[in-house]
Design a protein around this ligand. Structure first.
Ligand code: C2E
Ligand code: MG
Ligand code: MG
Length: 616
């Protein structure tokens, strides 16, 4: 027995319910095996820790790197590196005439004392005790992990005959494995799945031959194809591309259809020239997609190649680089970009930036700047817009164009959006406490964030934590990303819910990007912010006609019209003539740090209750 508590590190099987599984709700491993190890630890004075609990199966990596003492929840046909001694048999059962055994492996770093103690403890534990623990684990598990019928079946089995329970579990585990095998192939395209890629990659990662392989990402901009030619053509393009990829891949290659919508290929090449020529040929072939009657462009189909030889990178990192290169190739109107070459700039920097993002939010590295809005006729400050800035510990103060596009692409923009909303509400509450009346503040939300199902709920949760007049808060819907029909419907519902709560919603950057006259028909908004490019173009006759039409239409629909990016005196006059209501731009104020903006607002007497009158 140990005199001091020695720590045992375990790599667990996240998906071997009810023997051992990762429970997302508690963020820990649960089931009969963890309970067994707990019992052992208590009796023998050890401290058991599952390494990095998570839903991903990391056992092969942890064994290869000798990071743990025990590899648990193993099936008899699984093999791991660096194991020592005989595996410990934890549980066995029989189903459909097949024997199933569940094992625990010792890794060579496990102290000999631990091996002896654990074998001694296991020898004292009877199959009956075990079965009791398994049954308890099955009953304690969150609903949905096993069908009620199966639990009932197991309970009956236990009551009648313990051996029958073993049969039920063995059969169930095998069924899960069968389901897993199917998931390795995408039914629609016949290509591999992300899971298949993860398995092959982890095997390859330890192999000397990894340096001969490249991961290719063929990026298909399905949103754009869907927007131009309809969703059916977008779906047909995936099948067409997948067919070409399958045809051109050899037996040693792994073609994959990723859940993110791209086609991926793990392929061995002789050299970079061969890789480039192969990828180029493939991209050209996909662009000749017959479904749309014209050759597709780099905007719709582009490729990025990330060689596996580039230092050690995880699959996630390699994929990120390949995808970034594909997107960059699309933007630069090229077929393909090769990661790590002269052409490839900024990939690694973007990766690091995204990796720093969570910590940046936690540490309060994001701050608000406020840019004022003025009344188009009196030029008095009426409100402001909250714009984020990242005070990055290594890179200094970053403006939004350095991180917003990456966060949008990565899907993490919503975290920043809600964070800024929290700060915006806190600012409004502070003004309210200081007796300021009538100053409104807007904050930005990407269309993607605005169109998620839990958007209004999260928004309102944040708003309710703060005291201020609701209509002083304005949500700007930005224009950077396209959304599909389902998301558009969700966005409409969200707009209605938000406005029902007295909060105002306006379109930002209207007239550019993906916004159109359709949007005026589809969404009931409180206002329109005309994009800077429209304001800049108002000197042309056509530009002026468009602007006039937008202002008139907006007004007829009861909306407030704001103009952004106002820099010159003559623009002001023209915008007044067009009857714009509110102006914003460097001509009036640049974005100011929060503190400075607060000082300016408190100096403005018009926001005092006696002056503000009916402004709200
Ligand atoms: P936006 O919402 O259209 O904000 C206006 C941008 O134009 C700001 O850039 C502002 O500094 C700049 N601007 C204002 N007046 C003038 C002018 O007279 N001339 C010129 N040339 N520029 C002017 P900023 O602060 O760099 O923000 C860029 C964009 O980043 C914003 O555009 C907004 O869409 C986005 N953004 C900022 N913070 C957030 C955020 O928290 N969430 C989301 N989703 N987007 C954000
Ligand atoms: Mg904005
Ligand atoms: Mg704007």
């Amino acid at each position: 027995m140990q005199s001091e508590q020695a720590v045992i590190y375990v790599a667990g099987n996240p998906d071997l319910y009810p023997l051992e599984y990762y429970d997302g709700e508690s963020g820990s491993y649960q089931g009969a095996i963890p309970a067994f190890l707990e019992g052992f630890a208590r009796s023998y004075g050890y401290d058991v820790r599952y390494l990095e609990p998570g839903a991903e199966d990391r056992r092969a990596d942890y064994a290869a790197n000798q990071q743990v003492d025990l590899i648990s929840g193993c099936l008899a046909d699984e093999r791991y590196d660096h194991t020592v001694g005989e595996p410990l048999l934890l549980f066995s059962g029989e189903s459909e005439g097949e024997e199933s055994a569940y094992l625990l492996y010792f890794i060579s770093v496990a102290p000999q004392g631990l091996q002896d103690d654990l074998r001694a403890y296991a020898a004292r534990t009877t199959q009956a005790q075990w079965t009791g623990e398994v049954l308890q684990a099955a009953q304690e598990a969150p609903p949905g992990r096993l069908s009620p019928g199966a639990i009932w079946g197991m309970a009956i089995a236990a009551a009648v005959l313990l051996a029958a329970l073993a049969v039920a579990i063995a059969g169930w585990v095998r069924e899960r494995r069968r389901q897993k095998l199917i998931v390795l192939t995408d039914q629609e395209t016949g290509l591999g799945t992300d899971e298949a890629l993860a398995m092959t990659f982890s095997r390859l990662a330890r192999d000397q031959s990894r340096r001969f392989y490249d991961l290719i990402c063929i990026h298909l901009d399905l949103d754009h194809v869907g927007y131009l030619w309809g969703q059916e053509q977008a779906a047909a393009l995936v099948l067409y591309g997948a067919g070409l990829v399958r045809e051109r891949c050899g037996p040693g290659d792994l073609p994959v259809r990723s859940a993110a919508g791209d086609l991926l290929i793990l392929k061995r090449f002789v050299d970079k020239q061969q890789a480039q020529a192969w990828v180029q040929g493939l991209v050209e072939a996909i662009r000749a997609f017959p479904g749309v009657g014209e050759t597709l462009t780099a905007r719709e189909v582009s490729a990025g190649v990330c060689p596996l030889e580039l230092e050690y990178r995880s699959l996630e990192q390699t994929l990120f680089h390949a995808r970034q290169c594909a997107l960059a190739a699309g933007r630069e109107e090229r077929d393909c970009r090769l990661c790590g070459t002269q052409q490839c700039r900024g990939c690694q920097e973007r990766w690091k930036l995204l990796a720093d993002f969570a910590q940046g939010l936690d540490q309060g590295e994001f701050q608000l700047n406020l840019q004022f809005f003025v009344d188009a006729h009196t030029f008095r400050i009426v409100g402001g817009e909250a714009l984020s800035r990242w005070k990055h510990p290594r890179l200094g103060l970053l403006s939004p164009d350095r991180y917003i596009p990456q966060l949008e692409e990565d899907g993490r923009i919503r975290e920043l959006d809600f964070y800024c909303l929290e700060k915006t509400c806190a600012f409004l509450e502070d003004l309210d406490r200081q007796g300021v009346r009538g100053f409104f503040l807007s904050c930005n939300f990407s269309r993607r964030t605005f169109s998620t199902p839990d958007f209004s709920q999260r928004c309102l949760e944040i708003v309710r934590r703060h005291t201020f007049t609701r209509k002083l808060l304005i949500l700007e819907v930005t224009e950077s990303q396209q959304i599909d029909q389902r998301q558009a419907e969700q966005m409409l519902q969200n707009i209605l819910e938000i406005r029902d709560n007295g909060i105002r919603v306006i379109f930002d950057d209207f007239g550019m990007g993906f916004s159109s006259f359709h949007d005026l028909q589809d969404y009931p908004m409180d206002g329109l912010k005309l994009d800077k490019v429209l304001v800049d173009n108002m000197w042309t006759q056509r530009g002026r006609i468009i602007l006039r039409a937008l202002v008139e239409t907006g007004h007829k629909m009861g909306m407030t019209i704001l103009a952004e990016g106002v820099e010159e005196e003559r623009q002001i006059q023209a915008l007044q003539e067009l009857r714009c209501d509110v102006l914003q731009g460097f001509r009036f104020s640049v974005p100011l740090p929060e503190e400075e903006a607060r000082r300016r607002i408190l100096e403005e007497s018009c926001f005092r209750p006696e002056q503000a009158g009916g402004r709200e």
